[in-house]
Design a protein around this ligand. Structure first.
Ligand SMILES: *Cc1c(COP(=O)(O)O)cnc(C)c1O
Length: 382
C-alpha cells in the first residue's frame, strides 16, 4: 500500500485510510479460492461497517454475518441479501429476533435452549418459520488470546457438545423453526491451520453421529477466525486464504447438497486499513522517551484491550538514526499505549505516523470516551 503523505499533511488527524484496491484484490482471491465449491462466505460486519467498505464487499456475492439487530438493518441498507445473512450472538433481544424474522434472514445461529424456544414462539406469532443453526461449542483451543478464544468449554458461547443430542431433538420437534445445520466459531486471529484441521475432524464426527440417527444437515457453518500478519503487513497484505480454504476442501466430508458457510471478518478488511495520526509531543524522562500521538485507544482499542501490537511507521522522516520510544495516545488511561519500546527513526513533533493493519476492529470499536470526536475515514485506490 502506497500512502500519499503529501495529501495526509493537509488532513485533520487522526483518521482511518482505506486502500480500496487492496480490499478488491483480497475479495478477488476469496472468490477464486471458493469457485467450484459449495462454499458461501459471509462477511462479519462487526470487523468494520464503514459504508464505503460495505459497498465494495456487497458487490461480490459475499453474504453477511451479523451480531445485532442494528447490524441486520445496516446490512440490509448496504444491499446484502437476507438469504445470505447469518445472525449470531448469545443474547438476542426480542426486537432483534423479530427484525431477523421479519426480514427472512437465512439463519439464526442459536446459542441456548431458551433462545430456540423464544425464536420459535416469535416466529409462530408471525406465522413464519425461522431458519436456525445450532452453535456448537466444540471444545477446541484455538491458541489465540484468551479474550478472543470462543470455542472452549469455559467460554460463554455456543451449546455444550455434551447436550447437543437433546437440543437437536428439541429443535427438530418445534413447528416454527427449521434446523438447517450446525455452527462453529472457535476464535479469532488464528494463525495456524491446526485448529481448523481439528475443527474439521470434530465436525465430521458430529455429522456422522447424526447421520446414523437419520438427521441430515443442509449446511455447516465453520465460522471465521483466520488471522492476519500484524508483524509484516507489507510482505503479507493478503491473508493465507488458499491454505485456509484447502483445509476445508480436503478434510471436511461433505454430504450431497450440503453447503459450507464461512464467516470472515478480520482477514477481509484488516490489512486494507491504516490509522493515520500526528505526533503531538515527544517527551523524555530519566528512563524513557514517549511519542505522544493524537490518536488513542478511542480510535483503536486493540492494543489496550488485547495487548495487540500493530506495526507503526513514521511517514514523515527519512532519518536513518533509530531511537526507542513508548508510543502512546492522549487518553487518561494508563493502558492507552500503542507500543512499548518501539524502534522508530528519530521522531519529532508534527511527524505523521501510520498504524498498520487497522482495518478490522479499529473504526468499528471506536468510542467517544473523553468526549473525543470519532475518527474520520478517507479512501485511496493505489
Ligand atoms: C466475530 C465473529 C466472526 C468473525 O471473526 P474474524 O476473526 O473477524 O474472522 C465470525 N463469526 C462469529 C460468530 C463472530 O462472532
Amino acid at each position: 500500500m502506497k500512502l500519499p503523505i503529501d495529501r495526509f499533511k493537509e488532513l485533520r488527524t487522526p483518521f482511518y485510510c482505506y486502500d480500496l484496491s487492496l480490499l478488491r484484490s483480497t475479495l478477488q482471491v476469496i472468490k477464486d479460492e471458493i469457485a467450484g465449491y459449495p462454499f458461501v462466505v459471509h462477511y462479519a460486519l462487526k470487523a468494520n461497517a464503514n459504508p464505503v467498505i460495505l459497498n465494495e464487499i456487497v458487490k461480490t456475492d459475499i453474504g453477511a454475518d451479523l451480531v445485532s439487530g442494528n447490524e441486520i438493518m445496516t446490512a440490509l441498507e448496504a444491499g446484502f441479501s437476507p438469504i445470505r445473512m447469518a445472525y449470531a450472538g448469545v443474547g438476542k433481544t426480542d426486537w432483534e429476533i423479530e427484525t431477523g424474522i421479519d426480514n427472512d434472514i437465512y439463519c439464526f445461529n442459536v446459542e441456548s435452549v431458551p433462545e430456540i424456544a423464544v425464536i420459535n414462539e416469535i416466529a409462530a406469532r408471525k406465522g413464519k418459520i425461522a431458519g436456525i443453526a445450532i452453535r456448537v461449542n466444540p471444545d477446541i483451543d484455538a491458541h489465540t488470546h484468551q479474550y478472543i478464544t470462543t470455542g472452549t468449554a469455559t467460554d460463554k458461547f455456543g451449546i455444550d457438545i455434551h447436550n447437543l443430542d437433546d437440543v437437536v431433538d428439541m429443535a427438530r420437534n418445534l413447528s416454527n423453526v427449521h434446523l438447517r445445520g450446525l455452527h462453529f466459531h472457535i476464535g479469532s486471529q488464528i494463525t495456524s491451520i491446526e485448529p481448523f484441521m481439528l475443527l474439521c475432524e470434530r465436525i465430521n464426527e458430529i455429522v456422522e453421529h447424526y447421520e446414523k440417527m437419520g438427521v441430515n444437515f443442509e449446511m455447516i457453518d465453520v465460522g471465521g477466525g483466520l488471522g492476519v500478519d500484524y508483524k509484516n503487513p507489507e510482505e503479507n497484505p493478503i491473508a493465507p486464504f488458499h491454505d485456509f480454504f484447502n483445509v476445508f476442501k480436503q478434510r471436511l466430508k461433505l454430504r450431497q447438497g450440503q453447503t459450507v458457510h464461512f464467516e470472515l471478518g478480520r482477514s477481509i478488511v484488516a490489512q486494507c486499513g491504516v490509522l493515520i495520526s500526528r505526533v503531538m509531543f515527544v517527551k523524555e524522562n530519566s528512563i524513557k522517551k514517549f511519542v505522544i500521538l493524537d490518536a488513542g485507544m478511542t480510535d483503536l482499542i486493540r492494543p489496550a484491550l488485547y495487548h495487540a501490537h500493530h506495526k507503526i511507521v513514521n511517514l514523515t522522516t527519512k532519518a536513518k538514526e533509530i531511537d526507542t520510544y513508548d508510543v502512546v495516545g492522549p487518553i487518561c488511561e494508563s493502558s492507552d499505549v500503542f507500543s512499548n519500546d518501539e524502534k522508530l527513526p528519530i521522531t519529532r513533533r508534527g511527524d505523521i505516523v501510520a498504524i498498520l493493519t487497522a482495518g478490522a476492529y479499529g473504526e468499528s470499536m471506536a468510542s467517544r470516551y473523553n468526549m473525543r470526536d470519532l475518527p474520520q475515514s478517507h479512501f485511496i485506490k493505489s
